[in-house]
Design a protein. Structure first.
Length: 346
């Protein structure tokens, strides 16, 4: 998990009602009240289309906002055509090198990254970065966002050497431009820490995770999904060091936040369930682990599709546990399916 907040755009021109609706969307989005935000965002889109026509940049802003809300709920099929329409409007109306075009490229790329479609995401992110560096300068926060997202793309593919300098540059830009306690600084800290954690450099990762958690709790409140992400990441750090007593309450708190904020069927909930299950699994508490694994698997299959790499992760974990329990036939069946998914996504 990156903890990255999707970027929502706002504009002017479609009228006062549209601007008021957009502000409400922004407030609801940052409160993680996505269901209500979707209703308001749909209304804002209708108002924009009525006031300025279907091909105006303000319509693209409303399309972007609606798509980002669907993205936050893991409804990728609903989000993609909205992002593509927004991108087409902006390219035609503003030109191919406008920062708002970069915004659409970034958000479409992030949609692909969420679905592990890295080959589709990378060229979009690189084009967005090039536009932003040229239009905004090398030290703008939007440049940091693109650097962060490309780095996360590389981290997901275990290309740590390529990811680290991008994360460090993004962090430096954000600290200078936004101040040390901004949520975007916390995002960079989390992602850099995740890079170190993946390489078992726990001593480097822990203080970054803790600083990010403190920033997020202060800026967003204790019950925000991004706080849950930081809690989960710190728990994973302790888990990797077999410090189960420190990890368990953090996993439980993060899971509770996600369930309340995002609903019981969100992929982030599945992540929380899988991680807590794996903690119990590592302690041979199979009775506690099994139902959590199974619920995580069901959520991911429904939300992400049966062939997503995150589905394979749960299948592999459950297979390993069944093998340890002596349930070899079930274990082999799950492992075969996990391997098939991995092969599809190579």
């Amino acid at each position: 998990m990156t903890g990255l907040l999707p970027t929502i755009a706002y504009g002017t021109g479609a009228g006062v009602e549209w601007e008021v609706l957009n502000q409400e969307v922004k407030d609801l989005f940052h409160a993680a009240d996505y269901d209500r935000a979707l209703v308001v965002a749909q209304k804002a889109l209708e108002v924009a289309e009525e006031n300025v026509g279907p091909d105006h940049p303000d319509v693209a802003s409303s399309l972007n906002n609606l798509a980002e809300l669907y993205h936050a709920q893991a409804n990728y099929a609903a989000a993609e055509p909205l992002h593509k329409r927004a991108l087409a409007i902006r390219e035609k109306a503003l030109g191919p090198d406008h920062p708002d075009v970069a915004l659409s490229l970034n958000n479409l790329a992030e949609l692909h990254r969420a679905q592990a479609n890295y080959a589709a995401a990378e060229p979009l992110h690189k084009r967005a970065l090039a536009i932003r560096e040229k239009a905004l300068g090398p030290d703008h926060p939007d440049v940091a966002l693109s650097l962060n997202n490309i780095a996360e793309l590389y981290r997901a593919q275990a290309n740590y050497a390529a990811a680290e300098p991008l994360h460090k540059r993004a962090l430096a830009i954000r600290e200078k431009a936004l101040g040390p306690d901004h949520p975007s600084v916390a995002t960079s800290l989390v992602n850099l820490a995740g890079l170190y954690n993946a390489q078992a450099n726990y001593a480097a990762a822990e203080p970054l995770y803790k600083r990010a958690l403190a920033i997020k709790e202060k800026a967003l409140g204790p019950d925000h999904p991004d706080v849950a992400t930081s809690l989960n990441n710190l728990a994973s750090l302790y888990h990797d060091q077999a410090n189960y007593a420190a990890a368990e309450p953090l996993y439980k708190r993060s899971l509770a936040i996600w369930e309340t904020a995002l609903g019981p069927d969100h992929p982030d909930v599945a992540t929380g369930l899988n991680n807590l299950a794996f903690l119990y699994h590592d302690q041979a508490n199979y009775a506690a682990a099994e139902p959590l694994y199974k619920r995580s698997l069901a959520i991911r299959e429904t939300a992400l599709g049966p062939d997503h790499p995150d589905v394979a992760t749960v299948l592999k974990n459950l297979s390993l546990m069944y093998q340890q329990m002596g349930r070899s036939e079930e274990a082999d069946s799950l492992l075969t399916r996990a391997q098939r998914i991995r092969a599809i996504n190579r």
